[in-house]
Write a protein that binds this ligand. Structure first.
Ligand SMILES: Cc1ncc(COP(=O)(O)O)c(C=O)c1O
Length: 390
């Protein structure tokens, strides 16, 4: 078949591939635990789900405005006012089919062929492929487990080129769990503003930060630099709503207008029922997030204490999201020479699926998700330890 050249710039999503392999083993009757998951293990809070049922009963089942019904756009503005003290108007907000679509739309609107995009390493697996799809060049900004995966201004400076247009900043990070404090974030943002570099701040995990010091948002500087910063966010992780496909972006009115134009041609409006659920999520109390955050914190503490006690593994302590990203290169040997082989070994021997770091730009690491029950996490880590050290 003669297919388009642009397809060669994209790899299949690595995270989905590992989950598929674990699922295949499960379907064959093998008792596999997946710590490769990228979504909360909690159900959507009932009051949010009820709003969707009501929308169906009331036949709210037609196309809506492309950028979202006014109530959901107002709800997002209300969220930013309440959580970050930021004043935005409906015209500054668009919803999309998950954070993923909003991000792709942002890149389509902001980047020209040949522009360079700064992507701190480790990165969320879709960033480089999305950048490449719109014809831009991903430029990777290095970090390491030794410095806790925090990017430095020195590393950013060294990665600059005359064609640098945009920085894709993810805090809290998938896969490392790094969350920048407001002070750290401000320093990076001011660096970018001085250099006239646009920032997309991916904050889809912003509600999952476990130490107050690291609760931060680029939106706090957005009012100062409205045409230089866009915030990406979603209901997916904060409200356990991955399947509802509801993401949003906060940006300059002109950018939102262009994103709406694109979305109107590509997907039209977002699921009307999901939007009603989203309105309820945003306009009710956010207390439903608390038990999920507490559970993730408890699991983070447990998994971090456990893994950092293992020999020859360097495991920085994550401040947010639901992943640990240890450097396991000291374990490489004849039996497993790299992270991919190590993950394959763990799937076969420990019956636990974890992600090789290659998918996130650091092949010396593995990503371990703790978005599973406490018991499952304990069982999986015991099994991994046994396979590696016994
Ligand atoms: C860092 C990051 N950004 C964006 C997304 C997209 O989220 P959504 O499911 O809302 O499309 C994800 C999902 O895994 C993510 O990890």
């Amino acid at each position: 078949m003669k297919l388009a050249n642009r397809l060669s710039r994209v790899k299949p999503s690595a995270t989905l591939a590992v989950n598929a392999k674990a699922l295949e083993l499960k379907n064959r009757g093998v008792d596999v635990i997946s710590l490769a998951v990228g979504e909360p293990d909690f159900p959507t809070p009932p009051h949010i789900a009820e709003a969707a049922k009501k929308a169906i009963d009331e036949h709210f089942t037609r196309y809506t405005a492309v950028a979202g019904i006014p109530e959901i756009r107002a709800g997002i503005c209300g969220y930013y006012q309440k959580v970050h003290g930021v004043s935005a108007k409906n015209e500054n907000v668009i919803i999309g089919n998950g954070g993923k679509q909003c991000l792709y739309n942002l890149l389509l609107c902001l980047l020209n062929e040949g522009d360079d995009v700064l992507i701190p390493v480790p990165y969320w697996t879709s960033y480089p492929d999305m950048a490449a799809l719109v014809g831009a060049n991903p430029v990777f900004v290095p970090s390491s487990a030794e410095n806790g995966y925090r990017i430095s201004l020195g590393a950013l400076d060294a990665s600059l080129t005359p064609k640098t247009k945009l920085l894709l900043l993810n805090s809290p990070s998938n896969p490392s769990g790094v969350s920048y404090s407001q002070k750290e974030l401000d320093t990076i943002i001011r660096w970018a503003m001085e250099k006239d570099i646009f920032i997309i701040a991916d904050e889809v995990y912003e509600q999952l930060v476990y130490d107050e010091k690291y609760q931060s948002s680029a939106s706090k500087l957005w009012e100062q630099y409205p045409d230089k910063i866009a915030i990406l966010n979603a209901f997916s992780k904060s409200f356990a709503m991955t399947g509802w496909r509801l993401g949003f972006a906060l940006a300059h009115k002109e950018l939102i207008t262009e994103m709406t134009k694109l979305q109107g041609q590509i997907t039209s409006s977002i699921c009307s029922i999901s939007q009603k659920a989203g309105v309820t999520a945003l306009t009710s109390s956010y207390d439903c997030i608390l038990p999920m955050r507490e559970a993730f914190k408890r699991r983070r503490d447990f998994a971090y204490a456990e893994i950092s006690s293992w020999k020859n593994i360097l495991c920085p302590k994550p401040e947010g999201a639901f992943y640990l990203f240890p450097d396991v290169s000291e374990l490489f040997c004849e039996k497993y020479k790299n992270a991919q082989e190590l993950c394959s070994y763990l799937l076969d021997e420990a019956k636990v699926a974890v992600m090789p770091g290659d998918a996130f730009g650091l092949p010396n690491c593995i990503r371990i998700s703790y978005a599973v029950s406490d018991e499952t996490l304990k069982k999986a880590l015991t099994s991994i330890k046994k396979s590696l050290y016994d």
